[in-house]
Design a protein around this ligand. Structure first.
Ligand code: PMP
Length: 418
């Protein structure tokens, strides 16, 4: 084979598309929790793609919503002059369902955009508060927050931050530890709270290895932020829209963030869309002074009419089919299914929180090869940070399909055991 595996290189041997979209398997269709390859194989989707396909694949009502919106008005905006109905309606709906009272929302094209926007808003906020020294953005070691300018610069996965030369990264960022509040307090004290603008954190860390928060950690993080005049930004790009059994994980963990980042599950992947929910303490500043300069941030596809129409239908499905409640039910089903894997000789740890789990393999186990063996066994799988298998199925799977995911991992591991 002339193909280059993901494990050795991100450059595909597919001549005209050198990217992480490796060409080993080409998908041609999806329905519910299943995908069909160009060879006609049917795969159970155990990762919801990149944590996004919450309502499952092949939803005709979403396709119809996109078609109808495109026929009417695909999208439009000329700064400050025009809005469109789907964007306005979605703003009303999402701000009402989100964890921030009296929030405003700023739409983006995806999660990385939302991360960058929130970091800019945080720094701008402290400028408007006449505290321009507050610029440092804290993020957690091993965290993934997208790959744009700020996202790359605050990456806790060093392989996403390294390799560009230090001058390429946005200065004044630092890492804090997970599940270690004394460690967080030490970083804040060392850098000086008067220089720190914001903390960015996922409620359940995803790409970092599915790391649930220990009881009290997220609360404590929020408390440290408040006590030190640091904005608390919760990245719900993965957890938002039902993944932890409630609409937003902030609710589950009792958080009142200053900003909440959204993407993925807002459309279940049917259209690119992200957003930032913004608390009055932040957005109020931008209107407090009539002479305040405009916040110059807007993208061609901010509030994209078709993407917002798609999101609305996706939310209708979540509500009408009770899928958030189903995700809450599936949390226990998944936890029980993966628990026995912890005893496997190749497994270091098994973690879950909400309807997502990570099976961390011992460092010497070839995680990508295990993932390939799962795919050969009919279940989509990938290895993320710390040699951890990512389990994050669509909410439409049956209990039996969850068991099948665990059994397929077990078989793949048995194939590699001595
Ligand atoms: N934040 C988190 C927590 C994510 O998991 C991701 C995507 N995996 C992003 C931000 C970036 O989102 P996008 O890929 O839509 O730019």
């Amino acid at each position: 084979s002339n193909r280059v595996g993901l494990g050795t290189s991100l450059w595909s041997a597919q001549a005209h598309m050198p990217s992480v979209l490796d060409s080993r398997v080409t998908l041609v269709a999806g329905d519910g929790a299943y995908l069909t390859t160009s060879d006609g194989a049917r795969l159970l989707d155990a990762t919801a793609g990149l944590w996004h396909a919450n309502v499952g694949h092949g939803r005709e009502s979403i396709a119809r919503a996109a078609y109808e919106q495109m026929c009417r008005l695909e999208t439009y905006h000329v700064f400050g002059r025009f809005a469109n109905e789907p964007a306005l309606q979605l703003a009303d709906r999402v701000t009402a369902m989100g964890p921030i009272p009296d929030a405003k929302v700023f739409w983006t094209s995806g999660g990385s955009d939302a991360v960058d926007l929130a970091c800019k808003l945080a720094r701008r906020h402290w400028q408007l508060e006449n505290r321009p020294d507050k610029r440092i953005i804290l993020s957690r070691a091993n965290a993934y927050h997208g790959l744009h300018g700020f996202g790359t610069s605050i990456a806790g996965l060093e392989y996403n931050r390294d390799g560009y030369g230090s001058d390429s990264l946005i200065p004044e960022t630092a890492r804090i530890p997970t599940n270690d509040l004394a460690g967080v307090a030490a970083v804040i004290a060392e850098l000086g709270p008067e220089r720190i603008a914001a903390i960015v954190a996922e409620p359940v860390m995803g790409t970092g290895g599915v790391i649930p928060p220990e009881p009290g950690y997220l609360d404590g993080l929020q408390r440290l932020a408040r006590a030190n005049d640091i904005l608390f930004i919760v990245d719900e790009v993965i957890t938002g829209f039902g993944r932890t059994g409630v609409m937003f994980a902030s609710e589950r963990f009792g958080l009142q963030p200053d900003m909440v980042l959204m993407a993925k599950g807002i459309t279940s992947g049917y259209a690119p869309l992200g957003g930032v929910l913004i608390a009055p303490a932040v957005w109020g500043r931008f209107f407090a002074d009539a002479d305040a300069p405009m916040f110059r941030h807007g993208l061609t596809y901010s509030g994209h009419a078709t993407a917002c129409a798609v999101a609305a239908t996706n939310l209708d499905i979540l509500e009408q089919e009770g899928l958030v409640e189903r995700a809450a039910e599936l949390e226990g089903v998944l936890a029980r299914a993966v628990k026995p894997l912890a005893d496997h000789e190749l497994v270091a740890d098994v973690r879950s929180a909400g309807f997502m789990a990570g099976v961390q393999l011992l460092p010497e186990v070839p995680g990508e090869a295990i993932a390939d063996a799962c795919i050969a066994g009919g279940v989509v799988m990938r290895a993320i940070n710390n040699n951890t298998l990512q389990i994050c199925p669509p909410f439409v799977v049956t209990d039996e399909e969850v068991s099948r995911i665990a059994a397929t991992i077990q078989d793949a591991l048995d194939g590699f055991a001595s």
